[in-house]
Design a protein around this ligand. Structure first.
Ligand SMILES: *[C@@H]1O[C@H](CO)[C@@H](O)[C@H](O)[C@H]1NC(C)=O
Ligand SMILES: *[C@@H]1O[C@H](CO)[C@@H](O)[C@H](O)[C@H]1NC(C)=O
Ligand SMILES: *[C@@H]1O[C@H](CO)[C@@H](O)[C@H](O)[C@H]1NC(C)=O
Length: 440
């Protein structure tokens, strides 16, 4: 009884002091740009990168410690992951495939990379990535073999078609029986798998394969380093996607493009007609339309990226309307301007993709106008390396604000606020399941 009477005034003093302290912090926060990410930087000239971050993505603990789980004594068989498409798509499938192989307690055979169509060579995984490094880094996460045991070495694996499985299928139910029957199978992972059922050790193998164990071959890394050295520092790597096939695929229409651009888009459209009227507005509002170089330049200015910034254009050869960017940002560098003509001409699509990747995971900052396979891979690798100046420009916000009639300074202010809020909270660069939020 007495104790509570004595304690009460103490509590009140505490409460008052706490309240005062909180109000003080609040008042300070109003006057400090670092507390308020909506603070408009035009007056100070600070770029988006100076906004204080509250959230950072870092490799999850269970991944980093994944090798501490004992591997199964007995392997259920051998799995080869067959990868097709562009470099970053193949890599995504490889990551998934390693997770599946571990889930099934299988031994991994070196993956097959179907790069011939792009490289005009019969090259495979070993021509893109450093095999010994991969095997070394996967130690403890999954068993990898270079050579098969003699009794199956002469056979091609039985291909198990995952894309034919229905809905959210389960690999243990539907693929394990084939593995046990044939001992050696090949798979191309399907997107519809039930990843929620993965045990952590399988996810850890996926993460390790994808972000820790892949290093470009010495040849590609040397080429990448040459390119990197030629770019003036510091620099922003900008992944700009405004190629005819991209635009055609998006089914969006644009005003004010050059005749040449419109013709190449039409040629790429096929029977994919662009949306019109209300449907087009809704589509654009959902962020489905690629940003033009002109729009990209406008957003960069809104984010107070100085006009003299060195920009490396990580983009395909067919980029259209690039003057929309280069007329505003004049220090723009491309592969073709930096590589010798001979090197550039002799390179195929995936080699160039590998160079863009290498430059983008080593640049001071990275921005993407799209959230594709390359962007997801680069953002994750940058987070893995502790490089946090990574941002996805928001097509959705841009469409939303312009459809509301915002223009000029007002539009810039709205774009600044939207992007800086997301940058501060780590939103939008939503990384794959391998990274965990860390509060700063
Ligand atoms: C894989 O091995 C672990 C034990 O190491 C076991 O718990 C699990 O059921 C096995 N899974 C399959 C698909 O064989
Ligand atoms: C691809 O290789 C073939 C045979 O070596 C060659 O004739 C052809 O010119 C090459 N194509 C390209 C685009 O390099
Ligand atoms: C973008 O295009 C618009 C309309 O054609 C033009 O007024 C504006 O100056 C361009 N902006 C940039 C940054 O090039």
């Amino acid at each position: 009884m007495i104790a509570s009477v004595i304690k009460k005034p103490y509590l009140n003093t505490y409460a008052v002091a706490l309240l005062l302290l909180l109000s003080l912090i609040y008042l300070l926060s109003l006057s400090s740009p670092y507390f308020d990410s909506s603070f408009n930087s035009f007056s100070t000239g600070n770029s988006i990168w100076s906004v204080k971050r509250f959230i950072e993505w870092r490799p999850c603990d269970w991944w980093i410690r994944g090798h501490l789980n004992a591997l199964p004594e007995e392997s259920n068989g051998y799995i080869r992951v067959d990868c097709y498409g562009g470099l970053n798509q193949m890599r995504r499938d490889l990551c998934d495939g390693v997770g599946i192989a571990r889930l099934l307690n299988a031994t991994l055979v070196l993956p097959k990379f179907e790069v011939a169509a792009y490289w005009n060579e019969s090259s495979g995984f070993a021509d893109v990535f450093d095999v010994d490094y991969f095997i070394g880094k996967m130690n403890g996460f999954i068993k990898v073999v270079k050579e098969l045991p003699p009794e199956i070495a002469s056979k091609e694996p039985v291909h198990v078609d995952c894309s034919k499985r229905k809905g959210q299928f389960d690999y243990i139910e539907s693929i394990l029986p084939s593995l046990l029957e044939h001992h050696y199978i090949s798979i191309t992972p399907a997107m519809s798998q039930r990843r929620d059922r993965y045990p952590r050790y399988a996810k850890a193998a996926l993460c390790q394969a994808c972000y820790s164990a892949l290093r470009l071959t010495k040849f590609l890394e040397d080429k990448g380093s040459e390119l990197l050295q030629a770019i003036p520092k510091p620099f922003l790597s900008l992944h700009l996607r405004f190629e005819p096939d991209m635009v055609a695929y998006s089914q969006c229409e644009y005003q004010g493009l050059s005749l040449a651009s419109m013709q190449s888009i039409d040629a790429a459209r096929g029977d994919r007609k662009p949306w019109t009227g209300e449907a087009a507005r809704v589509w654009r509002g959902r962020g489905k339309c690629p940003l033009t170089p002109n729009e990209t330049a406008f957003i960069l200015q809104s984010l107070s990226i100085p006009l003299d910034t060195n920009i490396y254009l990580a983009a395909g050869d067919g980029l259209m309307e690039v003057e929309g960017l280069t007329s505003v940002y004049t220090n723009v560098f491309t592969k073709s301007s930096l590589l010798t003509n001979h090197d550039f001409k002799s390179m195929h699509g995936n080699t160039k993709a590998a160079l863009d990747y290498h430059v983008s995971i080593n640049s001071d900052s990275y921005m993407a106008t799209y959230f594709g396979n390359m962007d997801k891979m680069v953002a994750a690798m940058r987070a893995y390396k502790g490089l946090f100046k990574t941002l996805f420009l928001s097509r959705r916000h841009f469409a939303d604000f312009t459809s509301k009639g915002l223009k000029g300074k007002e539009l810039m202010g709205a774009l600044w606020k939207a992007h800086s809020d997301e940058f501060a909270m780590g939103i939008g660069s939503a990384l794959p399941d391998c990274f965990c939020e860390f509060r700063l």
